[in-house]
Design a protein around this ligand. Structure first.
Ligand code: ADP
Ligand code: MG
Length: 371
């Protein structure tokens, strides 16, 4: 096992800078997820850690040893990719043992390690099969087995579940997490899927355009997003965001939108006249018969069984409300909404930084580039 640290790491392809100078630490045994939209630099960062890509600037260290100049094969890292590229002419056992054989490991040791990995991954009945005789999920487990047999210091995963169907993806998510709980090997896991990030990570690094937007535990990011990007990237359905102006007058506090809606505020966040984005998560809104804070018109009702998602219009802004259970409301109905006011987030319109969340996490970007 090992700790990993990135210090001012930058990467350019020709004249294009794709990693902008990134620094953060991964603790020994931690499951760290790098998440962000496609093209933000996740794979590039992972490949630099793996030694598959030169580091243009800065340093990467594994257990305090700078590895910039260390060859990939000497970094004691194992990587699992989206395309698991098993050798079609080799059995499951041979696929899993191949990298050890290449390293001239003793045949007995190889057999032992393969047997152990097969046990951990429930692959024992399939050891003599060929990849074409396996399901997608089983192949993915063989790819993980190949990594496990090496007993590396660090596991790297690059979108390993992207090729699986939705149901299998959820199952594999739990398997990988359970595997980590057993082995406790430091893991860096890349995905563009925020749900995957939220459900699997000890901590998450949210990236955009080659920069870090915020680092934190899943619930820290959910409860205290440092900026508008993180607020809207983490959480599904996404946080509702409406633009408006803070009004704090005569004991009243609210954000007034262009359409005239007044979204209530509690005692802090924003000064009178400040232009802000008002953010509230879909599950922090509820239908109300009385005591409603804002009035809404129902546009679409989407029941999923356990929950109902409602698309609504509030003063010209489209918002989503998620309620537990079912409802009788129909498109066209006018309803009142209550708001969990302490869950409200405010972001300055210019800087897009949160006004209510203290900057408690390391690695938070000072201010995003103007949009
Ligand atoms: P992600 O994994 O987050 O989707 P990548 O790390 O693959 O993003 O890519 C980050 C950026 O670097 C993208 O704009 C991509 O086009 C660019 N890029 C990646 N690899 C190369 C390469 N070998 N040559 C030139 N540009 C590249
Ligand atoms: Mg990628």
């Amino acid at each position: 096992m090992a700790a990993v640290s990135f210090h001012n790491v930058a990467k350019s392809f020709g004249a294009t800078k794709v990693i902008q100078g990134i620094g953060f630490d991964i603790r020994d045994g931690e499951f760290m997820v790098l998440v962000g939209p496609s093209g933000c630099g996740k794979s590039t960062l992972l490949r630099m850690l793996a030694g598959l890509e030169d580091i243009t600037d800065g340093t990467i260290a594994i257990d305090d040893k700078i590895v910039n100049e260390v060859e990939s094969k000497d970094r004691d890292i194992a990587m699992v990719f989206q395309s698991y590229a098993l050798y079609p002419h080799m059995t499951v056992a041979d696929n899993m043992g191949f990298s050890l054989k290449l390293r001239r490991a003793d045949a007995k040791v190889v057999a032992e390690r393969v047997a152990e990995a097969a046990k951990v991954l429930d692959l024992e009945p399939y050891l003599h099969r060929y990849p074409r005789e396996l399901s997608g999920g089983q192949r993915q487990r063989v790819a993980m087995g190949r990594a496990i047999v090496r007993d590396p210091k660090v596991f790297l995963f690059d979108e390993p579940l992207s090729n699986l169907d939705a149901k299998l993806r959820v199952a594999m998510r739990s398997e990988i997490k359970a595997l980590h709980q057993r082995l406790r090997t430091t893991t860096v896991y890349v995905t563009h899927d925020q749900v995957e990030a939220m459900t699997m990570a000890d901590r998450i690094v949210v990236m955009q355009d080659g920069r870090i937007e915020q680092i934190g535990t899943p619930l820290e990011l959910y409860d205290r997003p440092a900026n508008l990007f993180v607020a809207q990237f983490i959480g599904s359905p996404a946080m509702n965001v409406v633009g408006g102006v803070v009004r704090r007058q005569g004991g009243h506090a609210f954000v007034e939108t262009e359409g005239g809606a007044r979204w209530p505020l509690n005692g802090h966040g924003g000064t009178d006249g400040q232009r802000v984005f008002y953010g509230v998560r879909p599950e922090q809104l509820a239908l109300a018969d009385h005591g409603a804070a804002v009035q809404a018109e129902v546009i679409v009702v989407e029941p999923t069984g356990a929950e109902t998602e409602l698309l609504m219009n509030v003063g010209g802004d489209r918002i989503i409300v998620v309620i537990h259970g079912r409802t009788n409301v129909k498109p066209g109905d006018r309803v009142g909404l209550t708001i969990e006011i302490d869950g409200v987030h405010l972001f300055d319109q210019e800087t897009q930084m949160a006004l209510d969340a203290p900057m408690q996490t390391a690695g938070v970007r000072a201010a995003p580039a103007a949009a």
